[in-house]
Structure formats: C-alpha cells, structure tokens
Ligand binder design. Structure first.
Ligand code: MCA
Ligand code: AMP
Length: 505
C-alpha cells in the first residue's frame, strides 16, 4: 500500500469536485477537481524536466495558487518539495542549492538570470519560472505536458519535503519531513480544530514555512475546505474578508495589528468560527483584548519546523491566554532538567522534548546535528523552555537556544553576528531580540569597534543588505566598548537585553 500523502488529498479533491479549493480577490479560482487536474499537468512537466522520485524541487516564488499546485504535483510524483523564503538573497540561495542539490529550481520570472547563474555554480541541472499570474516557463511546460495521473507510491518514511531552518552555528539545516509526518499532523489538526468542507480559510501567511504551507494548506486539503488566498497580511483586506471567512491562521503580529484597529468588532467577525495563532508567543494581553473586542478566544498552538504542530489549546474547552494548551493526540511530551536529563516535577521549568509521528527524521546530510537533537528514544529536543501547570496546560516560558523570533520568522543571531564580524573595523558583535510592539521581538545588534575604527549604524546595515534577508537585518545597531561576559567568557545576552530593553517601546 502506498503512503503517499497525496493519495488522501486526491481522494478528497475528487469527492469535492466542483467546490472551491482556492480563490483569490482578483477572481482566479480552482475548484478541487480543477486543482487535481492541474496538478497532474504540472506533474507531467516535472517528469519531462527530469525530476525523479526522491529528487528535491527547490522553489522560491511569490505566493500564488499555482505554487500550491506545484507543491501538490511534487508530492504526486514522489518528489521532495523544498520551499524557500522569497526574502532570501542570492548568497543564501547559493547555500541552499549547493546543500540540497535539487533536480530543479523554480524561481520568480524576474529572478531568472540570477537563478540560472546560481544553478550553474551549484550544479543544479534545470531552472524554470513561475509568476503570480499563472505565467512563467513552468506553466507553459505544464500546458504542453502529458498529464501524469498516476500517484507515485511512497513509503511512510519517504521524504515529502525539506524545510531549512537556521542553526545556532550559523549554518542552516534542512529538516527532512516525511509523508507520515505531514499526513499524521494534517489529520490530527483537521480533527482537533473541527475543520469541514464548509470552512473557508483566510490565508494571508507566506507559503514557504510550516505555518502557511502545511498547517493551513494540508489541513484544508484533508478536510476538503477552501482557501481564500491573499498575497500577504493587509489589515484592510482582512477586514473585507472576515465576513465571508470561517477561519484565520496567523502569527501574533496579525492579531496585535487587528486589535489596534477600530474595525475589529463582534459584527465583522460574526461569521468566523476560529482564530488560530502560532509561530511565536501571543501575549496574554493581545489574547484578552481580542476576546473582549470580538467574543472569540484565539486558539494558540505550538509547533516547530522539525515537528509540525505539537501542542494546542482545545477547540472545546478553555483556551487559556499565555498557554499553548495540551499535547495533541498522538504527541508525547516530556520536560527535563538541563543538567541531569531527568524529567522535572509538574510545575517546574525544564527543556521541552517531543515525540510522535509528527517528528521529522533528521537534518539533511547532518548526521551529527541530528544525533544531538533527535534522541535515540525518538524524543526531539525543541530548545524551548516549558512548564506544565496543574491543569496540564503547557506554558512556553523561554528559549534555551539563541534565537530571535521577529514577526513569526526565526533569526539565528550567530548568522548575523558572523556577517557583522567580517566588516572592517568590527572587533566583535552580539545580536539580540528586544521587545517590539509590532514584530514581538526586534533584531538588534550591539557592535564593539576595533580601537580607532570609525563605524556607524548605516555602514553595518549596508554591509548586511545584499547578504541577508530583510527580516534578519537588525532594526537598530548600537556601539559599545565591550560586551558583558561571564567568568567563562560567554557573552551575557541577558545583560544586553536589559540594557537596551526600551529601544522599540
Ligand atoms: C517584514 N519586515 C520584517 C518582517 N516582515 N522585519 C522583521 N520581521 C518580520 N517578520 C520588514 C519589511 O521588509 C519592511 O521593511 C518592514 O519590516 C515593514 O514591513 P511591513 O509591511 O510592516 O511587513 P509586512 O509585509 O506586513 O509583514 C509583517 C508580517 C510578515 C505580516 C508579520 O512578516 C509575516 O507574514 N510573517 C509571518 C511569518 C511566518 O509565516 N512564520 C511562520 C514560520 P522596510 O520598510 O525597511 O522595507 S513556521 C513556524 O514558525 C512554526 C512551525 C510554527 O509554529 O508555525
Ligand atoms: P520554526 O523553527 O521556525 O518552526 O520555529 C519554531 C519555534 O517557534 C519554536 O521552537 C518556538 O520557539 C516558537 N514558537 C512556535 N509557536 C509558539 C508559540 N505558540 N508560543 C511560543 N513560541 C512558539
């Protein structure tokens, strides 16, 4: 029996036939049946381009319905989908293509020339383009291709996708996700959050990360629901869409922006049945303000690229502000002492570890990193610090990893520090996250110049501009004579966070 996740999706799409799958405000529409047929044409194009089962297909394109159809086509032929943040620069893309060795790179039409150059340098054999108006060479190839109706058989542990996450060492790691990982999580979430064919999900997240791609789209496909596809979060558009939507999934920044808007009322949200938040901590203040304004308690859940979704507030039952809820069915959790590795008593803070069918199988071509984080007994060390209260609800209280989350995007300080340290005149640097009213945390650099060097903020930011995606670049750069260190010589980032605490407030 095949465990290709697409078997389940295809069955549902056949059942749903003429019902909406994806619609846009510009009037574009694919029914479930049309999306199924188009995925076969795109699958035919991928095969004609030489993509074989197990091959990676790297994709850096703007959000469009066709990008989702490409994801489905890739699953259909047993390929490994590898989405890339549209903010990544040429330097960042060069690393991903060199590391993942995809058989095909699909890029934006405007980026074709650079993409071809990087593909040549990294040995990627094929480049195609996909634009937001169903344009580009890939769609032309699909129109010519013989549809590939067959769904290639896959084992449950075969790869369905690789998603890169930055690493504490500064090198990004490709999280290998299987058909079992994605399929089990989508089925669990669709049930836990009561998704049905009646649902219309307002989709304003990017589609190159777990939240917007797997949580939103896979759950929709599992339940035969529909997606209202928006290019990005825009509060004006969200307020127009809310009266016809049933579910919104967002990062906390979505909710702080909505709460700050006078248009947020019980009336405008009357048709909505569910608001989900994740990817970063939602403050109790925003949770409470949202409920007071609309009558809806936001459902906060917790997940990771490596594990998909693990813990969720209940659909029925109390959705408690400041907590991420209870482990999802099939997900095991333990909280351990950092030093002894023993489980800590309930109520105490420790390292959160997760096990279940949702947990990835390792980092692409990094067996050592995999062994460090994915234990022999199957538990994955999340790097988050958590506590379980007397009602069993999990509180994420901090991070044991040096990570900043800005507007739901992860930024690993090491990667930014390494680039700053390359700059002439820099002795050393430390990158920290500081409370930010819009992005939750604002990426901030503290730089120690070499003796006699003249450096200013714009030079540092200018140096990073072409090298790092915009969201990773510091919003502010400060200069100091030295970095605070403990007796072991380790930089005390807590001290820096205290010293610059009020930067954005
Ligand atoms: C945009 N900018 C940012 C960010 N987004 N800077 C820091 N952090 C960000 N997240 C920059 C822009 O380039 C711009 O710079 C300036 O900030 C203001 O942009 P603005 O128009 O306000 O931004 P936006 O387009 O409205 O985007 C903000 C956003 C967006 C809606 C919060 O970043 C977003 O959609 N984030 C979602 C991320 C996500 O999907 N994460 C899920 C990861 P300038 O003005 O200088 O040009 S998956 C995950 O974490 C796990 C698995 C999970 O649990 O879900
Ligand atoms: P990523 O690796 O990009 O998928 O980010 C995963 C990280 O996001 C987790 O390890 C947490 O630190 C954080 N995260 C996700 N959801 C939540 C949440 N609801 N509350 C707090 N942190 C979260």
């Amino acid at each position: 029996m095949s465990h290709n996740l697409f078997e389940t999706f295809a069955e549902r799409m056949r059942d749903r036939g003429a019902a909406d799958f994806i619609t846009t405000r510009e009037g574009r529409r694919y029914s479930h049946g049309e999306a199924l047929a188009e995925s076969a044409r795109l699958a035919g194009a991928l095969i004609a381009l030489g993509v074989q089962p197990g091959d990676r297909v790297a994709v850096q394109v703007d959000k469009s319905p066709e990008a989702i159809l490409l994801y489905l086509a890739c699953l259909r032929i047993g390929g490994v989908y590898l989405p890339l943040n549209t903010g990544y620069t040429g330097d960042e893309i060069r690393y991903f293509l060199g590391d993942a060795e995809p058989a095909l790179f699909v890029c934006r039409p405007a980026a074709e020339e650079e993409a071809r150059r990087i593909a040549r340098e990294t040995g990627c054999p094929a480049v195609e383009t996909l634009g937001t108006a169903a344009d580009g060479s890939l769609m032309a190839a699909a129109a010519r291709a013989t549809p590939h109706e067959t769904i290639v058989a896959r084992e449950a542990d075969d790869l369905a996708a690789i998603l890169y996450t930055s690493g504490t060492t500064g090198r990004s790691k490709g999280a290998m996700l299987t058909h079992r990982n994605l399929g089990s999580n989508a089925a669990t979430l669709a049930k836990a959050w009561h998704f049905s064919a009646e649902d219309r999900l307002i989709h304003a997240l990017p589609i190159f990360h777990t939240h917007g791609l797997f949580v939103a789209c896979n759950v929709t496909l599992m339940a035969g629901s529909s997606l209202r596809f928006l290019p990005k979060f825009d509060a004006d558009v969200i307020f127009e869409e809310l009266p016809r939507g049933t579910v919104l999934m967002g990062v906390p920044t979505f909710y702080t922006r909505l709460v700050a808007d006078d248009r947020l009322t019980p009336e405008v949200t009357a048709n909505m049945r569910l608001f989900v938040s994740g990817s970063a901590p939602l403050t109790a203040e925003t949770h409470e303000a949202f409920e007071a304004r609309t009558g809806h308690a936001i459902l906060e859940r917790y997940g990771m690229t490596e594990t998909n979704m693990n813990i969720s507030n209940p659909y029925d039952g109390a959705r408690r502000a400041g907590t991420v809820g209870l482990p999802l069915p099939g997900v095991e959790m333990r909280i351990t002492d950092r030093e002894t590795g023993e489980e800590v008593p309930r109520g105490e803070i420790g390292m959160l570890q997760i096990r279940g069918p949702n947990v990835f199988i390792g980092y692409w071509r990094m067996p050592e990193k995999t062994r460090e984080e994915l234990l022999e007994d199957g538990f994955f060390i999340t790097g988050d610090l958590a506590m379980v209260d007397d009602q069993g609800y999990v509180h994420i209280v901090g991070r044991d990893k040096d990570l900043v989350i800005s507007g739901g995007y992860n930024v690993y300080p090491k990667e930014v520090e390494q680039l700053i340290d390359e700059l002439d005149g820099v002795a050393e640097s430390a990158v920290i996250g500081l409370p930010h009213p819009d992005f939750g945390e604002g990426v901030t650099a503290v730089v120690v110049p070499r003796a006699g060097a003249e450096l200013d903020e714009s030079q540092v930011i200018g140096h990073l501009a072409g090298r790092l995606a915009k969201y990773k670049q510091p919003k502010r750069v400060f200069f100091a004579d030295a970095l605070p260190r403990n007796t072991m010589g380790k930089v005390q980032k807590n001290e820096l966070r205290k010293a610059y605490h009020n930067t954005y407030q």
